[in-house]
Ligand binder design. Structure first.
Ligand SMILES: C[S@@+](CC[C@H](N)C(=O)[O-])C[C@H]1O[C@@H](n2cnc3c(N)ncnc32)[C@H](O)[C@@H]1O
Length: 218
């Protein structure tokens, strides 16, 4: 039998970097570095270009390169997918995530990415729609409801809020009414729907394919 290690062993490898080797950084960019991280190492869930950076410096840099799409999810029954949505929104540099309904959400799936992502709360869909109108954002509802356009051929607006429903009820009637466009993801199996966090990842990536500049990805 081969002695070669498999994926489980690879993932046990320590993530990140140890203490900064040698002289600490000086000059105009020195303020972005966190002395604690320089001294003790940086094991955070961040891409390597942000190693040793202060959280505020990372957020400021992300703010200079965020995409103009927002993501919103209804949270009237404590949806457990919100952490996943926040993490994916962070990975694709969404402008912001909006939680509609209950303020509390389960942060576990976010893997601490919410520290680098703007997350706003709206009491109801009307408040989210007012925000979108004020910011000039089209509301794009996502659900497999009758009359929805297939995502696979739909053109997503560049400046938009992608609005998702929650497990169980799906998108509320208010959310469907607030939308200027409703899109659905083609399915081919027996299940009625896919997980809301997975659906959010698929639709965010459709936006990326249509509007983002792949040369700017890490
Ligand atoms: C689990 S689904 C719930 C409800 C679904 N309308 C049903 O008939 O059972 C939760 C959310 O995931 C997203 N979703 C799941 N499957 C989808 C699909 N095939 N197309 C578009 N959105 C989907 C939508 O935002 C939806 O509101």
């Amino acid at each position: 039998m081969s002695e070669e290690k498999g994926p489980t062993e690879w993932s046990a490898r320590e993530v990140g970097v140890g203490p900064w080797p040698g002289e600490w950084p000086t000059g105009p960019d020195a303020a972005r570095y966190d002395p604690e991280l320089l001294e003790h190492g940086d094991r955070r869930n961040v891409v390597d270009v942000y190693r040793y950076w202060r959280r505020e410096a990372i957020v400021a840099d992300l703010d200079s390169r965020r995409h103009p799409f927002h993501v919103a999810i209804e949270n009237f029954q404590h949806d457990h997918n919100i952490g996943t949505v926040v993490r994916t929104a962070n990975a694709f540099a969404a402008a912001a995530v909006h939680i509609v309904g209950r303020r509390r959400w389960n942060r576990r799936g976010a893997m601490v990415t919410d520290r680098y992502q703007h997350v706003h709360h709206h009491g109801d869909v009307g408040a989210l729609a007012a925000f979108a109108a004020e910011q000039g954002l089209a509301v794009v509802a996502v659900d497999n409801t009758p009359g929805a356009l297939p995502l696979e051929s739909a053109e997503l607006p560049r400046d938009c809020v992608l609005l998702f429903g929650q497990e169980g009820p799906g998108l509320s009637a208010e959310a469907q009414q607030a939308a200027s466009l409703v899109v659905s993801i083609a399915q081919f199996g027996s299940t009625r729907s896919i997980n809301a966090g997975v659906a959010a990842g698929i639709v965010m990536h459709s936006w990326i394919r249509q509007h983002a500049d792949p040369t700017q990805a890490w």
